[in-house]
Design a protein around this ligand. Structure first.
Ligand SMILES: C[S@@+](CC[C@H](N)C(=O)[O-])C[C@H]1O[C@@H](n2cnc3c(N)ncnc32)[C@H](O)[C@@H]1O
Length: 202
């Protein structure tokens, strides 16, 4: 079971601002590619994978928009625009929520008003967390926990203080090699490493 947390610091949480950002050079489109890489394979999907997109450009709270492979609902159209609209529609359902509340829309997409820091801290207390960083240990030398959670940013850099607090929580840095990749490409490689390690374990 692979789970991904992707921090998108410049992605707007207001649905109209999110829609307006599509095609505007702010990188919102990458989110569709991230969902596709996390959940879909040729002629099917990964029912045991999930992806949490942390959208942080907000006047109130960050929004964590979560898609789970076990509950894809009507998200069968893999076109970029339909995935981006699925995010925007889920954001609409979350307007008016208080801090640390959550709602699941009719397609099974959940939105939580929780910060990146709180999410990582809560999950680190119960599961192994790996932070994607090209200075980390080579992923091929790491025996990956099959319930591990992989944390990365989109195209926006991770703030330095986040590295420090994640280190205190025992988050392990892993590298995918010397070339800096897009987040969606990292997800594909992580799935492949997880698939291979599971295959070796039999
Ligand atoms: C496009 S990169 C982010 C680049 C961003 N400008 C930065 O400096 O953080 C997206 C995510 O993929 C991770 N990443 C990209 N290539 C990687 C690699 N070779 N090994 C480990 N993580 C990588 C980054 O750490 C980041 O979390």
């Amino acid at each position: 079971m692979a789970e991904f947390i992707v921090r998108a610091r410049a992605a707007p949480v207001e649905p109209e601002a999110f829609r307006a950002a599509i095609g505007g050079g702010q990188g919102v489109e990458y989110l569709a590619e991230i969902i596709r890489s996390a959940l879909f394979v040729s002629q099917g999907h990964r029912s045991d994978a999930s992806v949490h997109l942390v959208l942080e450009k907000s006047r109130d709270f960050s929004r964590i928009v979560s898609f789970g492979g076990e509950n894809l609902g009507s998200l069968v159209d893999l076109h970029e625009d339909s995935m981006l609209q699925a995010i925007a529609n889920a954001l609409e359902t979350s307007s008016g929520l208080g801090k640390d509340e959550q709602i699941t829309d009719s397609r099974g997409v959940t939105v939580r008003t929780t910060s990146f820091e709180h999410l990582v801290k809560a999950r680190a207390a119960e599961q192994e967390i790996y932070l994607l960083d090209s200075s980390g240990e080579d992923i091929r030398d790491v025996e990956l926990n099959s319930s591990g959670i992989f944390v990365m940013t989109d195209h926006t850099p991770m703030p330095k203080k986040s590295f420090k607090s994640m280190a205190r929580q025992g988050v392990k840095k892993v590298s995918l090699g010397p070339v800096i990749l897009h987040a969606s490409q990292c997800i594909t490689l992580i799935h492949n490493e997880m698939d291979r390690q599971a295959d070796h374990r039999g």
